[in-house]
Design a protein around this ligand. Sequence first.
Ligand code: PLP
Length: 390
Amino acid sequence: MSVKKVNSRRVPIYRDAGFYLKDIPTMKKAFTDELTHPSDPDLYIYSRYRNPTVVDAEQCMAKIEGAAWSLLCQSGMAAIDIALSIFQNQNKPNKWAFFTEIYGGTNSYIDRVLVNRRGIEAIRFAPDGDTYDLDKFSSFMEDNRPSLVFVEAMSNPMLIVANVKKVISIAKKYGASVIVDNTFATPYLLKPLDLDADIVIHSGTKYLAGHGNLSVGVISGNSKDLCEQAIEYRKLVGHMISPDEAYRFNDMLKSFDLRVKQHFRNAQLIAEFLSKHPKVEKVLYPSLENHPTHQIAEKLFDGKGYGGIVTFDLAGENFVEKQKRCEHFTNVISDEIPLIPTLGDADTILMPVEPVWGNKYPFPGMIRLSVGIEDVSLIISAIELTLDKC
Ligand code: PLP
């Protein structure tokens, strides 16, 4: 006996690579506008094109993002590839502007894929020290007239918060489309589509999935045309997420709100603790009044929180001493807070800054803490004990 439908509440994991089409008319119907306007949305063809388990998770994601549509793919980098590729215009030169303080992998993708392989002209807009000067951004747009702007809401590891609202309005004034990477701020703090962004992307691997064990990319928007292009591109390059991963992602989205609130609350308390510690020279956390983008963050995030990353610099007499302290701290704390190169995990994890970013940031004692959702007193006591030993 074949069981077709049971009274399950959730859309199950449909692992079919290809779906059963009972005859040629059904097949023809399925292939009529199969991707963008399927004549029967319940009729599926092939999981790389469209899959019911994935669609279910996408609908859940779209609600969280406040988007007309969300699409899932295999990783944040796949989302970036989709988001940027659909803006490539074959009929005219493509000049795109990128804020400099973005994920290193995105910067490499821009240089090695967009510029070297596809002939895109990429121009960069850099901060003035610790913050973006948006008057300069206006002049930059006036002088260069890029057709696309790509910005991250909160940078890594210095946590520079971009005034995304203003960036979007300036870009729009000059006719540019805007993509916002909202991985660090998350939809809990910021919904760039409400501010007129064209596309929002996430490394869903981070806070959205939130357990450090799932690679997911998310691309969301409101424009029907961009949605259709993104669906087509995802199909053609094979960036589709697997149904198993989409199902797990959907599970994790159900606790997204609860988790990020706890991440952000813990991060706030840890930032306050570190700010008072004599062995810590500097703490970067946007809620702190001395953070260069504190006021922007306060307004943009409407007091809901300031993110789950706390970056701090250990005190030391000179470069070498700070470097040694950073290494010592990282080794001593590793059972409680391990060195793991990701963030947004339910567990607190860390990354030393100088060994990863090199001389981009001249802070050899600096550590990026991705604060988890554990009991905050346990995290603080692990840090306190380790600092005592350093
Ligand atoms: N965007 C940001 C801000 C990131 O930090 C990362 C990865 O760390 C990515 C995109 C890429 O995401 P993924 O690793 O899921 O491909």
